[in-house]
Design a protein around this ligand. Structure first.
Ligand SMILES: [Zn+2]
Length: 199
């Protein structure tokens, strides 16, 4: 690997001379009114999902970027953030959920799996075997088996809602949902709802 030498320090909050981690965090929380993290597939046919979720929950997406007095992009009106990963499987989104809570605070996590998804076209055994054959590497213990593909939509949504709920990185106060999205009709169907435990 080669890397050109550059200095990007001016763009990093933590490199500022007056860096104050707690103060920066408070500024971030004010800059974005985030409420909902939506996890969905990177299939280009699925790009309507965040808008559909915003309508379903009465939220703002993509919203507008707001400028500072000096003209820099400083804030946003979006209340929905996207985590876009293969199949919309929650395993790939766990760290992003933790970070979203830390910086902005969240109330909902919405997992969406879509019709005719490529993740339903292969099996865990099939991809492990193909990778061994084509790339000479064993990935059988690299990813949890139940998170590799989608065999059954109801099961995959139930699995992912449970995975998010049981992750130590998920704040206990969030409501978690699993939806099926039809890419042709652009309709969402709620399959799972796991409300936060209230006391
Ligand atoms: Zn897909």
């Amino acid at each position: 690997m080669t890397a050109e030498k550059h200095n990007f320090d001016a763009y990093a909050f933590s490199k500022r001379k007056d860096y104050d981690e707690a103060a920066i965090r408070a500024e971030f929380a004010k800059a974005v009114p985030l409420r909902t993290v939506v996890v969905y597939c990177y299939d280009p046919r699925a790009t309507g999902i965040p808008n559909a979720v915003a309508s379903e929950f009465g939220e703002t997406f993509p919203g507008e970027v707001l400028l500072s007095e000096t003209g820099d992009k400083a804030a946003s009106t979006a209340t929905v953030f996207e985590v876009v990963v293969a199949g919309g499987r929650a395993y790939d989104a766990l760290r992003s959920i933790t970070v979203a809570q830390h910086l902005f605070g969240i109330e909902n996590v919405v997992i969406v799996h879509h019709s005719h998804c490529g993740a339903t076209s292969f099996t865990a055994d099939g991809i492990v075997e193909a990778h061994r054959h084509e790339h000479g590497a064993d990935i059988s213990d690299v990813y949890p088996r139940a998170s590799i593909c989608i065999g059954d939509y109801t099961e995959s949504l139930q699995h992912d809602v449970r995975l998010v709920r049981e992750s130590k990185g998920t704040p206990p106060h969030v409501d978690i949902y699993g939806y099926f999205y039809d890419i042709d009709t652009e309709q969402l169907t709620r399959v799972v709802h796991d409300p936060a435990p209230r006391d």
